[in-house]
Design a protein around this ligand. Structure first.
Ligand code: HEM
Length: 193
C-alpha cells in the first residue's frame, strides 16, 4: 500500500482513534464482555447505518455495495436475550451526509471494521458463539475483507479532499468510542446477564 494511498493515510491519521475504540471494546473473556460490546455496537451502527441509507453512496465503486449489519446484530441480540432499543440509544440521531468526503470517512470506519472482526470472531468462537447463534454479524463481517478491498480501491482513485475525509472518519471513530463506553449501553447489557 503506497503511502500516497488515501486508505493508508486514513489508517495512519486515525490510528490513535482506532486504538481508543479497541480499548473501549476490550477482549471478550466472557459472554458478559461480548454482550456489552453487542449493545455498544448496536448503539453505534444503528444511527450511522440509517444515515448512510438515507444519503448518497459511491456510484463508481465497482461491485462494492453497502451491506447493513444491524439486522444481524439484532438477531445476535435476540439470541442472547438482549433487548433492542426502540430508538436511537446513546448517540441520538446522526445527521445525514452532505458531501462525498463525509460518506467516504464514515464508510471507511464502518467497512474497515471487517478487518478487526477477523480477530474478534476467534474470541467469540471460544465462547461458543458462531454464525448460527450469537455471532452472526461477526462471522458475516469477517468474511467481508474483499468488499473492504474494493471499497478501499475506490477511496484511492476517487477525487476526495483528504482532510475532510479524515475529519469524518475521526468523528465516526469518536462516536463509536462513546457508544462502546456508554454507561447506558453497559448497564443495559449487564442487567440481563
Ligand atoms: C477490540 C476490537 C477491535 C480490534 C481487536 C480490531 C483490530 C483490527 C485489526 C487487527 C485491523 C487490521 C489492521 C491492518 O490490517 O493493518 C483493524 C482494522 C480496522 N479496524 Fe479494527 N478492531 C477492533 C474494533 C474496531 C471497530 C469497533 C471499528 C469501527 C468502529 C474498527 C475499525 C477499523 C478500521 C476502519 C480498520 C481499517 C484500517 C485499514 O485501513 O487497514 N475496528 N482492526
Amino acid at each position: 500500500m503506497p503511502s500516497s494511498s488515501l486508505r493508508f493515510r486514513l489508517r495512519e491519521r486515525t490510528a490513535s482513534r482506532h486504538a481508543a475504540v479497541d480499548e473501549a471494546v476490550g477482549a471478550f473473556k466472557t459472554q458478559s464482555d461480548y454482550r456489552r460490546y453487542l449493545a455498544g455496537l448496536h448503539a453505534f451502527r444503528a444511527p450511522f447505518e440509517a444515515a448512510i441509507a438515507a444519503g448518497p453512496l459511491p456510484a463508481d465503486a465497482d461491485d462494492w455495495e453497502f451491506a447493513p449489519l444491524v439486522p444481524l446484530i439484532e438477531a445476535d441480540m435476540a439470541d442472547l436475550g438482549l433487548p433492542v432499543p426502540a430508538g436511537p440509544a446513546v448517540l441520538g440521531q446522526v445527521p445525514p451526509v452532505a458531501t462525498l468526503e463525509e460518506v467516504a470517512g464514515r464508510l471507511y470506519v464502518l467497512e474497515g471494521s471487517a478487518l478487526g472482526a477477523r480477530v474478534l470472531v476467534v474470541e467469540t468462537r471460544a465462547l461458543g458463539l458462531d454464525e448460527r447463534y450469537g455471532a452472526r454479524h461477526l462471522v458475516a463481517q469477517s468474511r467481508g475483507g474483499a468488499a473492504f478491498g474494493t471499497f478501499a480501491a475506490w477511496l484511492d482513485r476517487a477525487a476526495l479532499d483528504e482532510d475532510a475525509v479524515v475529519t469524518a472518519a475521526v468523528s465516526t471513530f469518536v462516536a463509536a468510542e462513546r457508544a462502546f463506553a456508554a454507561p447506558a449501553a453497559i448497564g443495559h447489557a449487564d442487567a440481563l446477564v
